[in-house]
Write a protein that binds this ligand. Structure first.
Ligand SMILES: Cc1cc2nc3c(=O)[nH]c(=O)nc-3n(C[C@H](O)[C@H](O)[C@H](O)COP(=O)(O)O)c2cc1C
Length: 375
């Protein structure tokens, strides 16, 4: 079973991830890992640390001469700002962060012991893991992309993308990783206004996965429903407060006739749908259509116009400590969403097609695709 854990504090020496359960024989292109790390750092509205960091992944184990060995892959990202032992004690919990509950739960009198690990800096390690998983998925022609569909109160026109490569090419060079340039201008205006007032903004990102075969996941048990697993993966990202699959939210207010994807058949071409409102899932299984998952982020918790709080020792009212902060991170969250979906899809394909070697995986995948085509 594919699994990963991460370790590391925001201002510790480094972040580490161990990805266990990858098959042997997967080619790993280190340059492409670094590109994924850069994509997490894109986006207008990020704070100064993004310029400081320029994350670089080092492969410590599990890969030899660019090929996975089947043993655990350890990945390390060094922090440029590794000042954790010199940083001052924090006793003023910031609303909207793990600060107060984390301090109570772990009995810390210095909230820094909480915030250093609760910080979304940890997601850099997840992006490294996701980048490895994306290389595994690419060997089965499964590809992923993400983009921003809303920021603050601005909504972008929906993206029409035939492939992950086309969508990535459209958005990755833009200031907010958004296909709609008119909406981007309005989003930037909202970010600039939030900078002036010391406020923050949330928004929505969408992750798409192309080339996914039908039948990943299962309806037979609650915990094998892959849509539910992807939902959890997206909700595990810091500041994500809601998740949507396909037109899930819109569908709740429409009649069934406007929501289901009708089934057609053409000799030679097989089964097809003329719509993908279900976002690539029926009965907890992939349908073979592109997967469409959205994550909804709340506005970031730390405001430069700080919120009211209480000092944990004196119990006196204070204004919360301002750590370094971004105004919005929706473009980056999309890249993290891609990483999480890539990990879960990699896990699902290894479960279905075998996980010892890439050759075994590809052979079983191809034979299943033939079986599906003949159905
Ligand atoms: C990529 C990324 C960067 C983030 N950066 C910040 C930040 O600079 N300031 C902030 O207040 N919150 C930031 N957050 C959100 C907080 O980490 C998050 O709100 C906090 O850990 C509490 O978790 P919760 O919102 O899921 O309850 C960021 C989130 C992500 C995904």
């Amino acid at each position: 079973m594919l699994r990963f854990v991460t370790a590391g504090e925001s201002h510790g020496p480094s972040l580490v991830a161990i990805l266990d359960g990858l098959p042997a024989g997967v080619p790993i292109d280190v340059q492409r890992l670094q590109q994924e790390m850069r994509r997490r750092q894109l986006g207008y509205g990020r704070g100064p640390r993004m310029q400081l960091e320029t994350d670089t992944v080092e492969l410590l184990s599990g890969v030899r001469r660019g090929i996975t060995l089947g043993s655990p892959v350890a990945l390390m990202i060094k922090n440029k700002d590794a000042s954790i032992d010199r940083l001052p004690v924090v006793t003023q919990p910031r609303p909207g962060h793990a600060d107060l509950t984390g301090a109570i739960k772990y009995d810390h009198r210095d909230i820094r012991n909480v915030l250093e690990r609760a910080s979304a800096r940890e997601t850099a390690a997840r992006v490294a893991v996701g980048a490895v998983c994306q290389q595994l998925l690419a060997s089965l022609d499964i590809t992923l992309a993400s983009h921003v569909t809303a920021l603050g109160s601005v909504r972008a026109t929906p993206a029409v993308a035939a492939s992950a490569t086309a969508l990535r090419a459209k958005v990755d060079g833009t200031p907010l990783r958004c296909v709609d340039s008119a909406a981007t201008k309005q989003m930037i205006r909202q970010i600039d206004a939030a900078v002036k007032t010391g406020d923050t903004l949330g928004g929505v990102f969408e992750v798409l996965a192309f080339g996914v075969p039908p039948g990943l996941g299962s309806y037979v048990q609650y915990d094998r429903r892959l849509d539910a697993i992807l939902g959890r993966a997206i909700l595990s990202i810091h500041a994500v407060k809601a998740v949507e699959i396909g037109d899930g939210v819109l569908g709740a207010s429409l009649p069934g006739s406007s929501v289901q994807d009708e089934i057609f058949y053409k000799k030679g071409a097989g089964f097809r749908r003329s719509s993908n409102r279900a976002g690539g899932f029926e009965g907890g299984m992939t349908t073979g259509q592109p997967i469409v998952v959205r994550g909804f982020l709340k506005p970031l918790s730390t405001l430069r116009k700080p919120l009211r709080s209480v000092e944990i020792n004196t119990k006196r009212p204070v204004v919360a400590t301002v750590e370094r902060t971004d105004v919005t991170t929706v473009p980056a969250a999309g890249v993290i969403g891609e990483a999480m979906i890539a990990f879960e899809l990699a896990r699902a394909v290894l479960e279905k097609f075998g996980s010892d070697s890439l050759r075994e995986l590809q052979r079983n995948h191809q034979s299943y695709l033939r079986q599906v085509a003949q159905f």
